[in-house]
Design a protein around this ligand. Structure first.
Ligand SMILES: [Zn+2]
Length: 225
């Protein structure tokens, strides 16, 4: 079980929604596969928006994966000759995913973890802060702010799911979110009032600015005073 001759380590791919985390995860895993390294991929069973068998990003790049109910299950499924373990949507696991990643790294496995670093309120998401701390490498990806076009680090919730207002992220509800920069992100935005101009115009890099009262070019400034 131990591969003491192999350097195990943990790589994190984090960022907001629409920042290309899963694409980057798949890219790294495919490179390992090309080098004939045995790869296994896991994701929380909660994330069944496209396929139970694939890690699939919004742009449809995909790789075979196994949904698991708990992070600890990953340890049961990793085979002795596996060199690379991918974990997608890691923010949905509980804190035990940190110990699981550490155990695998100590065994000599390269562990690549992708997940949202912040929830829609802009707060650190689940086990991600600890994963970032214990990892050897962090890649923080940005999306494009749908309001101003700046690099986006936040996921703006545009609507809450019925009867589930406190859910941190609605799985698979891509159209309920958009990427925003720090200054355009509204963590406490009213659920019903906020449907941005950008979404309605369906422009990839939105050039529109919000016309909602109180939201100027620098909405954060007024919020902080
Ligand atoms: Zn912005």
């Amino acid at each position: 079980m131990f591969h003491k001759s192999l350097p195990g380590f943990i790589e994190i791919i984090c960022g907001s929604m629409f920042s290309g985390k899963t694409e980057e995860l798949v890219r790294r895993l495919k490179r390992a596969q090309i080098a004939r390294q045995k790869v296994q991929v896991f994701k929380p069973a909660i994330d069944n928006r496209y396929s139970a068998e694939h890690v699939q990003s919004h742009d449809a790049s995909k790789i075979m994966s196994r949904p698991v109910q708990t992070a600890r299950e990953i340890l049961d499924h990793v085979e002795d000759n596996t060199r690379v373990v991918g974990i997608d949507e890691a923010q949905f696991f509980d804190e035990t995913v940190v110990d699981v990643a550490q155990k695998l790294a100590y065994r000599g496995v390269r562990v690549i973890v992708a997940g949202l670093d912040l929830d829609f309120r802009g707060q650190p998401f689940g086990p991600m802060p600890r994963l970032l701390a214990v990892s050897e490498s962090v890649t923080k990806l940005s999306a494009v702010c749908m309001v101003c076009g700046a690099p986006a680090s936040r996921s703006q919730r545009l609507a809450a799911p019925a009867g589930n207002e406190d859910s941190k992220v609605v799985v698979g509800a891509k159209d309920m979110y958009e990427a925003r920069c720090r200054f355009c992100h509204e963590p406490d935005a009213g659920v019903d009032s906020l449907v941005s101009e950008a979404v309605q115009t369906d422009v990839g890099v939105a050039m529109t600015t919000s016309v909602r009262p109180g939201q100027g070019v620098f909405p954060a400034a007024s919020r902080m005073t």
